[in-house]
Design a protein around this ligand. Structure first.
Ligand SMILES: *Cc1c(COP(=O)(O)O)cnc(C)c1O
Length: 385
């Protein structure tokens, strides 16, 4: 009966308008109607990526798109750098190792970002790197890597491609792929894009297409050249996720309704600040420094003296408030408060209020209302601007 308040980093809540759009009657993916839908929708997604390049749509989860961009750009035996600051950064490590690429791993402790100085130092000893892989938003820790500045370092010090996993932030974080010098940017549907799982989106720079044209690693379903060839005709090589593309079109309508993508980005920034100030007011620790804090997900330390597993279970059972736990060695130590996609300041006020109710149930020592008040102050200050 009660709705589940899904404050996860994906899948995330779906707007009603998007649900209804996905319920439309099916059309053929070789019809003129589809071509129009495809062309119009992919054009409207470009500002979300900050690119003038084509948006490629793969009917898959985010991981398949990560695999696609790796196999299409690098050949076995070639050298790559993978920047990893958490569980999702390790995806690119695993993919590259599986395909026999020579991986130089730039690893940071979970909860930290990779800075441009660190990347610059790391690249100094390497002379033959074909690609540098990075995560924009590390979903396991709530870290937003400074990919704009990392791109600069890659561009000035190497001829390598800079390939970015933006799965858990594109749609909620600023992205200027062309201007920043990102060669490939990847995202998935079920995180900040307000869609169900099953659609991956990516875009490729001219520089990267030249590399892809010469690449020798075999691929069939994930061959990006065939996606490009079909995209020129306004279609995809195989049957696309037609319903999700109907949904994507509705997502673009909603962003337009909000006042354009910069407003969407501003809303995520505001929600991030509301959550962080609320936790501070409750004396609950944050895993990350403000400077690198994610606008789409906040990693929060276990409130002092509480069994986190029991606490999260209680919030879910009694208040239908569903937070994500920690991954790997952070399990039981942090929880993750998702605020991406179809999420608003009002949802933050609701979640913080219910979190406080749970804290009272567990006799955590704090001033009731302090978290809500802090979040509300951030919210009101933003309204006055
Ligand atoms: C969720 C996520 C992925 C994996 O996406 P799937 O759709 O689960 O395959 C990859 N990278 C990041 C940063 C993610 O958050």
């Amino acid at each position: 009966m009660y709705p589940n308040i899904l404050r996860h980093p994906g899948p995330t809540p779906i707007p009603k308008k998007v649900q209804l759009a996905m319920n439309q009657d099916m059309i053929s993916h070789r019809s003129e109607e589809f071509v129009q839908l495809y062309r119009k929708t992919t054009n409207r997604v470009k500002p979300i990526f900050g690119t003038k390049q084509e948006i490629i749509l793969i009917p898959s989860g985010g991981t398949a798109a990560l695999e696609a961009v790796a196999v299409n750009t690098v050949s076995p035996g070639e050298e790559v750098v993978v920047i990893t600051v958490g569980a999702f950064g390790n995806y690119f490590v695993s993919i590259c190792e599986k395909y026999g690429f020579k991986v130089h791993k730039l690893e940071k402790p979970w909860g930290e970002a990779c800075t441009e100085e660190e990347l610059s130092e790391f690249l100094k000893s390497l002379t033959n790197v074909k690609a540098v892989f990075a995560t924009y938003n590390e979903t396991s820790t709530g870290i937003l890597n400074p990919v704009n500045r990392l791109a600069q370092v890659v561009r000035t010090q190497t001829d390598a491609l800079f390939i970015v996993d933006g799965v858990s932030c594109i749609g909620g974080a600023p992205a200027e792929m062309d201007q920043w010098g990102i060669d490939i940017l990847v995202t998935g549907s079920q995180k900040a894009m307000m869609l169900p799982p099953g659609l991956a989106l990516l875009s490729v720079s001219d520089r990267a297409w030249k590399v892809i044209e010469k690449n020798q690693t075999p691929s069939y379903y994930l061959n990006l050249l065939s996606y490009r060839e079909w995209a020129e005709k306004g279609m995809t090589p195989n049957t696309p996720a037609v319903s999700l593309i109907f949904g994507l079109s509705a997502v673009c309508d909603l962003i337009e309704e909000e006042g354009g993508f910069s407003q969407t980005v501003a809303r995520h920034e505001l929600m991030k600040n509301m959550v962080r100030q609320a936790m501070r007011a409750l004396s609950i620790g944050l895993l990350t420094a403000d400077e690198y804090a994610s606008p789409t997900i906040t990693a929060i330390k276990a409130p002092e003296g509480l069994n986190l597993g029991e606490f999260l279970g209680h919030l879910k059972k009694k208040y239908h408030l569903d937070f994500a736990g920690g991954l790997g060695h952070l399990q039981g130590k942090i929880f993750r408060f998702g605020h991406m996609g179809y999420c608003f300041p009002s949802d933050i006020l609701q979640a913080v209020s219910l979190l406080e109710a749970g804290l009272q149930d567990f006799n955590y020592s704090f001033e009731p209302g302090a978290g809500v008040l802090a979040a509300q102050k951030v919210f009101l200050a933003a309204q006055q601007k």
